[in-house]
Design a protein around this ligand. Structure first.
Ligand code: GMT
Length: 375
């Protein structure tokens, strides 16, 4: 199939999933066209089967907000015609599903029919999409999609609760390429980060409020009172600076390393002992799955789709949102006994296996085939 993929190209789960999906589909013989405003961060290799088309939005002083949806829908029309694209798969409803619907209507005028698959990722539903300013258009564009998928059962339930949805929603969980987390680095440079007796705790996110960054720091603070430990903070976002200030206040700056965004999270995870994800809400928690695949147990909140990924008492532990004491107690329980830690690491890896790329990508292929057949 010739498939157009629309996504956010930046660091963030939805863009990562869309990119990995496109790359895997290309390996399975499909022709993939990424259409977005810059080259997706995990899209390192373009090939015969993998193309990238940039959406340009020229600045014009009249506009307080540049009309990205308009530029995107025009680009979609042009690329569908030029490359004979058969189906569009848009990741993150806002504004991609809306722009794709506009493109579809414009193409229909020319006698070209292009079906749209929309994948809901989380904040497009829970935080942003359900806001009254967006809700009408988001509901419309979901209902106008030819197929809709969500990345967890929990997100499907949230969507049906928050919006008046007429379509079926298929749950297709997020996935990862397990082979990228095999820990076969000869350069797993643990020694550069911490001494042998120090435990390494890691958090990876976009440092937004929803991630509860202060809870990450507070849980780590409790851990380091009980044992030698270091905290690796990976990512960029508005909560980074307050987090650095909190570390100063707690007197733990020498134990916390802020990395910024990284394309090498598998290398960081390969020397990590524990992953923290205390989010207020999380439709899936791709970063937790990536940690588990690298054999890193997860201490998380029990919100949204996280319980579908992290199994309490097996791959890690789940606590109520903001229950710092419980998260700290569970973290110390895992870390304080090396045999127990080794068992949790094995369990985490085991639990990640059901989300392997080869198990999940065929589900999307089937959705494309069914959608093309129906339309
Ligand atoms: O976590 C974010 O705020 C970024 C957002 C995104 O667009 O990448 O993440 C959402 O989609 C990911 C991929 O499906 C999920 O793993 C994240 O759980 C989800 N984030 C939230 O629901 C807060």
């Amino acid at each position: 199939m010739r498939i157009g993929i629309v996504c956010y190209p930046t660091f963030g789960g939805s863009g990562v999933v869309a990119t990995e999906l496109g790359l895997e589909l290309s390996k399975r013989g499909h022709e993939i066209h990424f259409i977005t405003y810059s080259q997706p961060v995990r899209l390192e290799l373009l090939s015969n089967n993998v193309h990238y088309h940039e959406v340009n939005v020229p600045e014009y002083p009249l506009f307080l907000y540049q009309p990205y949806e308009l530029a995107l829908s025009s680009k979609l029309v042009d690329m569908v015609k030029l490359h004979d694209i058969e189906i569009l798969h848009v990741h993150y409803a806002i504004p991609h599903a809306y722009a794709a619907y506009m493109a579809k209507k414009m193409l229909q005028e020319e006698g070209i029919y292009i079906p749209i698959v929309t994948t809901l990722h989380g904040t497009d539903i829970t935080l942003v999409g359900s806001h009254p300013f967006y809700k009408t258009a988001v509901t419309f564009s979901i209902n106008k999609s030819d197929a809709v998928t969500s990345v967890s059962q929990s997100l499907k339930e949230d969507t049906l609760r928050l919006f008046d949805i007429k379509n079926d929603i298929d749950v297709v969980p997020n996935f990862i390429d397990l082979s990228k987390h095999e820990n076969h680095f000869t350069d797993c440079q643990r020694g550069m980060m911490a001494s042998d007796e120090e435990k390494i705790i890691t958090h990876i996110s976009n440092f937004r409020e929803v991630k509860q960054i202060p809870d990450v720091i507070k849980v780590f603070n409790n851990i380091q009172k009980k044992m030698p430990a270091k905290l690796m903070m990976v990512g960029e976002g508005p909560e980074r600076e307050p987090a650095e200030q909190l570390c100063v206040k707690l007197g733990i700056t020498d134990k916390v390393i802020f990395f910024g965004n990284s394309n090498e999270i598998d290398k960081i995870l390969c020397f990590s002992d524990l992953f923290l994800l205390p989010s207020i809400t999380e439709s899936f928690g791709l970063a937790a799955l990536e940690a588990m695949a690298s054999g890193v147990p997860v201490i998380s909140s029990n919100t949204g789709g996280i319980p579908e990924v992290n199994t309490h008492g097996f791959s890690g532990y789940l606590s109520s949102v903001n229950d710092i004491e419980d998260m700290s107690k569970n973290a110390i329980h895992i870390l304080s006994d090396n045999n127990r830690l080794a068992q949790f690491k094995m369990n985490a890896k085991e639990a990640s296996k059901k989300f392997g790329i080869h198990a999940i990508v065929p589900k999307y292929e089937k959705i494309y085939e069914d959608t093309l057949r129906k339309c």
